[in-house]
Every structure is written in C-alpha cells, then in structure tokens.
Design a protein around this ligand. Sequence first.
Ligand code: SF4
Length: 149
Amino acid sequence: MHRLYENDEIVVFWNSEKCAHAAECVKGSPETFNFSRKPWVQLGNVENSEVWQTIEKCPSGALGILYRNGIDTPMQPENCRSIALDGDKKIGECDYTETESGICIYHTDVDPEYGRKGIAKRLVYKVLEYAEKNGKQISATCSYAVKLI
Ligand code: SF4
C-alpha cells in the first residue's frame, strides 16, 4: 500500500510493503504516527521538524519525507493522470491507462527546472494511492514508476 500525507510544508510517503513494524515512528512522534487511528499518519499535531527527525529513524525506509516546495500534485482521473502545478503552471505529469481491472503507468515527466525535489515520486505515489483505493491492479512500463513499485 502506498500513501501520501501532506501539509503546507512537507509531504510524507508510506510504503506498507517495506514497513518492518519496528514502531520507531510511533515512539518518536505518537501524535503523528498511530496505527490504531485512521489515517494513521496525521500531520499538524507537532512541529514538522519532529516529524522529519522521526522519519529519519525509520529502519526500513517505509517512510519518506520531502518539502512540498509550494508544488501541488492533484489527481485528474478524467484525464488518466496526476499533474504537478507551480501555481497555475503545469510542470509535470504521470500518465496511465485504465481498464476495469487495472491501471498501467506509462509516462512520468517533470520539467528539468524543477528537478531533484521529489516531484516525480509524488506524482507516481498519487496514482498508486488512487489505484489502490479503487481496487485496481497496478503495473507500469514507465521505468521510473517500475522502480517505485
Ligand atoms: S518506523 Fe518505519 S518500519 Fe517502523 S513501524 Fe514506522 S514506518 Fe514501519
């Protein structure tokens, strides 16, 4: 399971398949990470620095964190894509095909001017989260998405 949690400043990624349940996150910031609550990650209860420091202790790499850098990454399921927006300017997208049973990610692209900010990862995670919430099988021919899956 892939999930994204965001506030104005940070984006938190979670890949449940990597989670070793060592509970370092729960010990480090119980107001943020609580497996008996939905959603189990809730941002805004503590300073972002506490969240950041806690995620750095995740032993499995199941949790990840990045700055948002003012970039939004909404889903556009009607166009079979997620997009990255800097204000009104589209600076990236992750495209997929969708059938009854599954989705296949075939293209992910971010304007090079916005590179090294984790935007491609956010775009792919958005699509993975969408697919999982809608009970779709996931596949990819996009090499970047293949690596993340
Ligand atoms: S610290 Fe990482 S591996 Fe441990 S429970 Fe939290 S997310 Fe899972």
